[in-house]
Design a protein around this ligand. Structure first.
Ligand SMILES: Cc1cc2nc3c(=O)[nH]c(=O)nc-3n(C[C@H](O)[C@H](O)[C@H](O)COP(=O)(O)OP(=O)(O)OC[C@H]3O[C@@H](n4cnc5c(N)ncnc54)[C@H](O)[C@@H]3O)c2cc1C
Length: 490
């Protein structure tokens, strides 16, 4: 039986971050992935002549000094990051806002909206930047994470003046902060923050924990953009780098069981039996418990984490082929479309729509381009007992998605020549995520968010990575969590 220094279950960005870092450190590492391609929720898949992004479509972390820029430079990754501008265009019934990748330009555009309280907005955005700077540095400089070991703690103490702007926000929601600043009644700002919060911290501005929501408002300005030929190209390039460092990535090879072994851990996969010193699981806590079977370990932490995820979301998707002749803009573009800003930004009322560039020719049959469109799904309604009601719920969401698209982006709607749908069931089937929960744990207001400030190790030599554990949601955070775990093992 082959023995490895480390085995990774899953080639999502959590697993890839761990595997690449371990391979860089000289470890003998193997990754097992159930799909035939890497990236999980941030992958590109082929179907009927199209190459669709399966879930995520927009990356952050490519700015100078940021994690993904370093990976590209250090490994000469064969990937084309396009720093598009605007990064995203937000459209609601009231206004259209191109969100420039240049913060100052974005603020100017925002302040030019009708009836904008320009001076108050500028004061707010300049304070918000201080909060964002303090928190984004944690993502840009991994040596500050996790915050609780003696070295990082002393560095945080030295940096404490930078955290001062955060103090008035602790324990508050972003909605409360904006009310105190008398900006909550300015509808375009409320719509904008609701939309940003829903796609980043996964909840509305009124529920979102203020410090992280204020930092998430900077998402568009922090090395964020489009990957030419689809987001999965980046995952593929990272996989190539792992293999170039003598790591092994085994596709179509799901792990069925993990058991403690005198040498560390024993894994049974579809095609292999191996042992390893350390095991890194890029799966949901519930799924890890299933893989561990009757193994004797303290389950409390994993049960607590599994419970937190139940407050999260699923995704409903439209994967579209579009007639290229009907699209005016040849560039890749990303749109946030809101049908009714006075309703919750879920269930088809709010769409994230990403369209491939005209130059990404091999993503669609000739004369076509592709779009991936997503919206949030309430998992209590999704998994209700009555199967007919479940189906009707998802059908209604897909209908609402088409309506919102027709209202807010009629040109795209009229260009549709192919459609495929997906639901949480699809994510469950393909990414093996329990019940199809995606996007991590919503960061709702409350100090409970600070319970988990370090990587999770439920048993000796076993670590959990991914968007449901420290440091949280997004591709960048999942990758960073993987990097941190790997650094602990090296
Ligand atoms: C619709 C949607 C849109 C999103 N948009 C964005 C966005 O624009 N920007 C952004 O930053 N984030 C976005 N996200 C979130 C982001 O995609 C995820 O947070 C991130 O990709 C999660 O990475 P992960 O490593 O935690 O998990 P995953 O991506 O789920 O990876 C886990 C991997 O493990 C594999 N696996 C599972 N079980 C097994 C097993 N037993 N054996 C072997 N392999 C296994 C899976 O196939 C998968 O490849 C979006 C998510 C969704 C669903």
């Amino acid at each position: 039986m082959k023995h490895f220094d480390a085995a990774i279950i899953g080639a999502g960005f959590g697993g890839l971050g761990a595997a690449l870092t371990l391979a860089e450190g000289g470890a003998n590492v193997v990754v097992f992935e159930t799909l035939v391609y890497p990236g999980g929720c941030a992958s590109t898949f082929s179907r009927q002549g199209y190459r669709f992004e399966s879930g995520a479509t927009l990356f952050s972390g490519f700015g100078q000094g940021q994690l993904f820029r370093r990976w590209i430079d250090d490994h000469d990754l064969d990937v084309q990051f396009q720093p598009i501008d605007p990064v995203v265009t937000l459209r609601s019934q009231e206004f259209e806002l191109p969100i420039s990748r240049h913060r100052e330009q974005f603020i100017d555009q925002f302040c030019a909206l009708p009836q904008a309280p320009a001076d108050d907005l500028r004061t707010f955005f300049s304070w918000q930047k201080k909060v964002a700077d303090a928190l984004w540095e944690l993502f840009d400089d991994e040596t500050l994470l996790p915050p609780l070991n003696p070295t990082t703690l002393s560095r945080h103490l030295l940096r404490s003046p930078r955290y001062l702007p955060l103090l008035p926000t602790l324990g508050r929601s972003l909605g409360q902060v904006l009310r105190r600043r008398q900006l909550w009644d300015y509808r375009p700002l409320r719509t904008y923050v609701d939309a940003v919060c829903q796609i980043t911290v996964q909840t509305s501005a009124d529920e979102a924990e203020a410090p992280f929501a204020l930092a998430a408002m900077d998402y568009f300005f922090r090395g964020t953009g489009h990957i030419r030929h689809g987001i999965g190209e980046f995952a593929r390039a990272v996989t190539d780098a792992i293999e170039a460092l003598a790591g092994t990535v085994s596709f179509a090879d799901p792990v069925f069981a993990a058991r403690p072994h005198p040498k560390g851990w024993h894994l049974e996969t579809r095609r292999h039996q191996i042992t390893c010193d350390n095991l890194v699981a890029n799966v949901l806590p519930t799924d890890l418990m299933i893989l561990l079977g009757d193994t004797d370990f303290d389950r409390r932490h994993l049960l607590e984490l599994s419970n937190d995820i139940k407050s999260g979301w699923g995704a409903a998707m439209l994967y579209l082929g579009l007639d290229a002749r009907q699209l005016e803009d040849p560039k890749a573009s990303h749109l946030e479309l809101i049908d009714r800003a006075d309703q919750k930004l879920i269930e088809g009322n709010h769409l994230f729509c990403s369209i491939s560039g005209a130059d990404e020719t091999w993503r669609a049959p000739e004369g076509q381009r592709v779009a991936t469109i997503s919206t949030h799904v309430d998992m209590n309604k999704m998994w209700q007992d009555d199967q007919e009601k479940r189906a009707a719920y998802i059908d209604a969401i897909h209908d609402r998605m088409r309506q919102t698209l027709a209202r807010r982006a009629p040109t795209i709607h009229e260009a549709i020549c192919f459609e495929m749908t997906a639901s949480p069931r699809t994510f469950q089937r393909f990414t093996k995520r329990h019940r199809g929960f995606v996007g991590g744990v919503p960061r709702r207001v409350g100090l409970h968010n600070y319970r988990h400030l370090r990587p999770v190790s439920p048993a000796p030599n076993l670590y959990l990575v991914g968007d449901t554990v420290f440091p949280g949601q997004s591709i960048l955070a999942a990758a960073l969590g993987g990097v941190k775990v790997a650094q602990m093992l090296l």
